[in-house]
Design a protein around this ligand. Sequence first.
Ligand SMILES: [Fe+2]
Ligand SMILES: [Fe+2]
Length: 291
Amino acid sequence: MHTINLILILRYKLVINILLDYNNKYYIYRNGIFMKILAIGDIVSRQGCDYLRQTLMKLKRDYGADIIIVNGENASTGNGILPADADFIFNCGADVITLGNHALRRPEICDYLEENDFIIRPCNYHPSASGKGMTLLDKGAVKVAVINAQGAVYLDNIENPFTAIDREIENAKAENASIIIIDFHAEASSEKRAMGFYVDGRASVLFGTHTHVQTSDEQILPNGTGYITDLGMTGPYYSVLGIEPEIAIRKMKTNLPVRFSNPDGPCTVEGCYFEIDNKTGKTVNIERFRR
Ligand SMILES: [Fe+2]
Ligand SMILES: [Fe+2]
């Protein structure tokens, strides 16, 4: 009697497994397979780092993210990023750290940029600069390239970002990357929007960083590139781009030197979620967030 029961249970389990497997395959057939990416705006100060640690795993769970990209150029007090800050951000769960105009502010980071493949600085820096402007993530069937570039408007006069991004997209394709993500670290919203349309259909995603103010223009461009002008910031909520308001006001009112500091109190994490079709490399869903 016991043996017959066991056989029935095993058969029942087998049927259930076949049905679940079929259901899973049917879901993939109907919906495709998607790469889910979270991009997090500039981390500012120790307060921003601590808030990232408190929030990132919950964000990852909420969105079921496969890849997390964090802009870390202001992670150190003052600005720039130190090796300990980069380690901290990776330990919070970041897969890639992108940077910007403060990338090389702290000389201590130069060796780290050479040794770690997953922290990148703008690709249009002078060829003698430490580090690299593109990295590759091998996600099994899909290779994902992440590119960092810096704008030319109101920032240092470095290589033109349009030609630099053309080159890096070609490099990514030569490495068989089917998903290409670009962090365009730039000041002018016009330059960022122009770059969005310039790469539309060639990159899966282009998001802006640097202004620390989140824009509400997230959209999927006509040829499938997920786009937002600026992700925003991760750091003190009651601040001027992460800086103590009273100090920012004094600086602007007197134009005398001040020492920047970052206020304690509530923080915010801002960014954008992108869902990309692995087959086409196009964004199919985009959602801006602030927590
Ligand atoms: Fe920044
Ligand atoms: Fe910046």
